[in-house]
Design a protein around this ligand. Structure first.
Ligand SMILES: *Cc1c(COP(=O)(O)O)cnc(C)c1O
Length: 356
């Protein structure tokens, strides 16, 4: 249990118009912060304080060596007006795994969930109520020790900030064009692909730029060793309906173990679908596309929930899926998962944590 003190501010911001929230445009009045210092015995001084810029030394190690991890989850208002989270312990555990890989200390699962719940509850007036909206929660942690030698830092800051959001894509759930990248790679065996660390994203921007220059929205990464198997999209896992089987990459070190991925696989198995977590060669995928056996494909992640794939591009060849329309299984998955998250459908797996 953390002992969290609250520092109130008299000056509250004006709440934004719920019909034009966008994604990550507005931040709430408060943030959570806790420090970790080796010479002070670890975690100390948990606090909810007014949202404000941080003041850090120019030598702060994260700015030089990128010892940083983060998480992303959402708080929802259910039809009774209660505030709920979706599987927050999974984010807590994943952040522990990220931090271990980057030689960083980590919060206990209960403490992570307590900190998230306490801040969300304090800021509950910021949870939007319009359809398709939620409060996006961004926990993150970084090396705060000043120094220019490479070593695991002896001090860290863990923070949580909140931003009310609408749809991730301004056009809503609509098919996207995906560029399968055959030059740059995101992750290799033994690397940091399974972690949510900022460095993974810095390294991915070049391919994203390239995809956009060719008129594509997102990059689909191949494995970093052979560039043969499909792994995941920029900030989403990806699933394919080939004939009557759902195929997705296994999470074996190079793929981020998404909470949305796990939840959708569970729902698909509940529905009796054949689900395969296996290495899928890009050649097999393109052949299935060419032969019309690739029925649907969709990206999965907390931010966008589901992103239908309308087109795949690989080495000069384009494959259009389902006439560039959202497929029936993709739509049903979106409706079911968001129905559970917004508290409109039953929650058979106890994924929802009502906090207030
Ligand atoms: C966050 C993320 C995902 C999706 O994970 P969720 O827990 O479903 O939000 C997928 N891939 C990458 C690279 C990510 O950073």
């Amino acid at each position: 249990m953390l002992d969290i003190r609250v520092e109130e501010t008299a000056k509250l911001k004006e709440k934004p118009d719920q019909s034009a929230l966008g994604f990550g445009k507005y931040y709430t009045d408060y943030m959570f912060e806790i420090d970790w210092d080796k010479d002070q015995g670890g975690w100390h001084d948990a606090r909810i304080i007014p949202y404000a810029p941080l003041q850090i030394d120019p030598a702060t190690m994260v700015l030089h060596y990128a010892q940083e991890t983060f998480e992303g989850l959402k708080a929802y208002r259910n039809p009774e007006g209660k505030v709920q989270l979706f599987r927050p312990e999974m984010n807590a555990k994943r952040m522990q795994n990220s931090n271990k890989r980057l030689c960083m200390p980590y919060l206990e699962v209960e403490d992570f969930v307590q900190a998230v719940s306490a801040l969300v509850e304090h800021e509950k007036d910021w949870i939007p109520t319009a359809p398709e909206t939620s409060l996006y929660i961004r926990p993150f942690m970084f090396a705060s020790e000043p120094g220019v030698g490479v070593h695991p830092a002896v001090s860290y800051k863990f923070l949580i900030i909140l931003t009310p959001v609408g749809n991730y894509y301004p056009e809503g759930v609509a098919p996207v064009k995906i560029w399968i990248e055959d030059e740059y790679v995101r992750a290799v065996k033994g690397g940091t692909g399974f972690t949510k660390c900022g460095g993974n994203y810095a390294g991915s921007l070049k391919a994203q730029e390239k995809a956009e220059a060719h008129g594509y929205t997102q990059v689909l990464w191949l494995d970093g060793n052979e560039k043969k198997y499909v792994e995941e999209v920029g900030s989403m896992n990806i699933m394919f309906l080939i004939d009557d089987t759902v195929v997705t990459a296994p999470t074996e070190g190079t793929v981020l173990p998404g909470v949305t991925r796990d939840s959708m696989l569970t729902i698909l198995r509940d529905w009796g679908y054949k689900v395969e977590e296996r290495k899928l060669p890009v050649e097999e995928l393109m052949t299935a596309g060419r032969e019309g056996r690739l029925k649907e494909a969709w990206g999965t992640g907390t931010a966008a929930v589901i992103s239908p794939v309308g087109e795949l591009y690989f080495k000069g060849e384009e494959v259009v899926l389902n006439d560039f329309k959202t497929g029936p299984l993709t739509q049903k998955l979106y409706d079911t998962l968001t129905g559970i998250q917004w508290g409109k459908l039953p929650d058979p797996h106890n994924w929802i944590k009502v906090i207030d």
